[in-house]
Design a binder for this molecule. Structure first.
Ligand code: IMP
Ligand code: MG
Length: 181
């Protein structure tokens, strides 16, 4: 199947492919290699993917991490707007795991206002994680985003992106590439 296969889009249209499947996979492999170097067995690494947007990225990323780890997921909803640095973040699912003394790697699909990370990173630190790092596939580089991820896949254009986990009204998540609408 090629990128922008008509059948997958089911009559909906995208404006352009921003990151094709091969470019994404190459970058995910690099990130996995860097993450592999960054932790030791004593860190008891816990990778936490943020659903739903980071489901595909998390699944691909951990395959390239050559270190022992556990994987879990979290569901959060943010209600920030671009003018605020501390919008509200509701956690809808929190893994029932003791993160005390462990290194947590939070995996995010895209950093936009930064509200989600501003809510979740302090929360995980508050639960006793010894270290909380963020790996974001995409970053819009907006000035409100205060928490700097340790790893970023790509700087994103300031347009609405879909595919590879990202949705518009739940459409497009299954695409293996990232497109703008
Ligand atoms: P933040 O809390 O404003 O940084 O927003 C992060 C969340 O908003 C991401 O995890 C996405 O779910 C969503 N989001 C932000 N920009 C986009 C986009 O361009 N496409 C799809 N979802 C987006
Ligand atoms: Mg998200």
């Amino acid at each position: 199947m090629t990128d922008t296969d008509e059948g997958q889009l089911g009559g909906r249209t995208i404006a352009r492919v921003v990151f094709d499947a091969e470019t994404i996979q190459r970058r995910v492999r690099q990130l996995g290699a860097e993450i592999s170097e960054a932790y030791t067995i004593d860190d008891r690494l816990l990778v936490v993917g943020l659903l739903k947007g980071a489901f595909m990225f998390t699944a691909d990323l951990v395959r390239h991490v050559n270190a022992p780890l556990h994987v879990d997921f979290m569901v959060a909803a943010s209600y920030g707007d671009s003018m605020e640095t501390s919008g509200r973040v509701d956690v809808l699912y929190d893994p029932p795991i003791d993160v005390g003394g462990r290194a947590v790697l939070l995996v995010e699909d895209i950093v936009d206002t930064g509200t989600t990370l501003a809510g979740l990173v302090p929360r995980l630190r508050g639960k006793g994680a010894k270290q909380v790092d963020v790996c974001a596939l995409l970053h819009k580089r907006r000035p409100t985003a205060a928490i700097e991820p340790r790893w970023v896949g790509f700087d994103a254009p300031n347009s609405f992106l879909v595919g590879y986990g990202l949705d518009h009204a739940e459409d497009f998540r299954h695409l293996n590439y990232i497109a703008s609408l």
